[in-house]
Design a protein around this ligand. Sequence first.
Ligand code: DGJ
Length: 545
Amino acid sequence: MKMNKNIILIIVFIFVNSVVLYAQSNLPHLEKHGDRIQLYVHKSPFLILGGELGNSTASNVSYTKPFWPVFKSMGLNTILMPVYWELIEPSENKFDFTSVDSLLADARKNNIKLVLLWFGTWKNSMSSYVPEWVKTNSQKYPRTKDNQNKSQEILSVFSTSTLDADRHAFSKLMQHINLIDKVENTVIMVQVENEIGMLPTAREFSNVANKAFESEIPASLKSFLINNSSKLVPQLKTKWEGNGKKVTGNWSTVFGTGIETDEIFQAWYYASYANQVAVAGKKEYDIPMYVNAALPRKGRMPGEYPSAGPLPHLLNIWQIAAPSIDIFSPDFYNPDIQYWCDLYTVNDNPLFIPEIQLSESCAARDFFLFGHYKSLGFSPFSIENANGKVKTALANSYSVLKLTDSLYLQKTFLNMDGVYLNKGDSGQQIRMGNYLVTIDHELKLPWHSGLKDSTWPASGALIIQISENEFAIAGTGIVATFENIDKNKVANFSSIDEEYRNGLGKQMVRRLNGDESHQGRHVRIVSGEYQLQKIKLYNSPRNIE
Ligand code: DGJ
């Protein structure tokens, strides 16, 4: 029997559409449950145990090749990898994705996911990754001008030709990822640009920039100030309120004069630009997109640090002007992690750490960032350079986290927190249900041979209260004690089970007791060891007759 041509066409149409719809509904995305935002990959929550490649490492596929099995052996499940505008569009509108394809194939072979870093118009403030045909046409792609009217080798945010060229290239990239990856989902997120930030002044001073600076503030900002001013981050709030809470007028009228206002203004335009790039990309392939920031050193003024990037004091500006950017992330090359993370985890911004300086302490900090801030991911920078102690430590801590992630990712645990401790830090007290858990550095034990050492290894732990009397602790170098908050009850250990220790995996389960728990007095993870321990408590009355 001959089938009617129209019926065949309809069947093919339905089939193609359902494949597309199936793929779309499965795409990596963010989901919010309660106050927690998580990354979902193939419909399951996903924890990024990552590492970012050094800037030039992905420019040659054969250079990168030997690293993939190493990354796999270290337990990395994700690599953050640059895609260079200059290499994918060497001549205008001629795209070459062969290197992206090969890198993606190598990642897949090693069961590693990718976060792509779009090195487009800006990379660390500068514009060194734009193609030669952009670099050499400053007429069409204008540079910024500082307050001395001096041109900088940085592309201006006020050029529509530059924006068009960038978003065209980015949308081609995302179209290509859609084509090759919509079912497998090796690419799980994309970073738009890299560490956007204005130098050496807080804003641009070209004629176009000056004109925009003298214009009325954008309508969406005005409406935010009218309706949502309670959501202003402290620095913006002080600035705006101190200037009389005005909602109409140009930037100086609303925020006052000075370099802080210059920075707010420039941030608005950077954010709108990044947003338009993200919108163009998401139109082709809608997966989560984020921007990252270089954190200023203490005491530096706008213009002295890469200004106007997605920094905490500008978070509202970025959130309003860039609604298609899902996450605003800090890069860590300074030690004040808690200070900055507290500032980043406001206004529904989930924490994701795309870069942190590679060192042995990463293998303790990760527990803290996952536990305390429920970070979506953690990624030391220039991961291919991890060797010796750093590599072993990171591999061990990622193995522990991998075993913990079924607990970590579920929505049903009662409480979760994390600590990070160095020599000189006080122990942390954490309230979990009916218990007060005290976690301290293991080297503080009075009999520890390392107590008097001049430096101590960093220690860290993630603690999860699984049910009323059950806990899991993953980490390194800590001692934990449990108290019942009811003074009439004494918390004791029913059992402490070691589920992982230093690369020995699940087969190395020991029941810890005796010396290992100080005869039932505490939970301990020795410094230099990485463990997951499951703890069960019981309570006895304080005054047994
Ligand atoms: C932060 C940047 O985002 C990275 O690309 C890299 O340049 C590091 N700094 C430092 O090397």
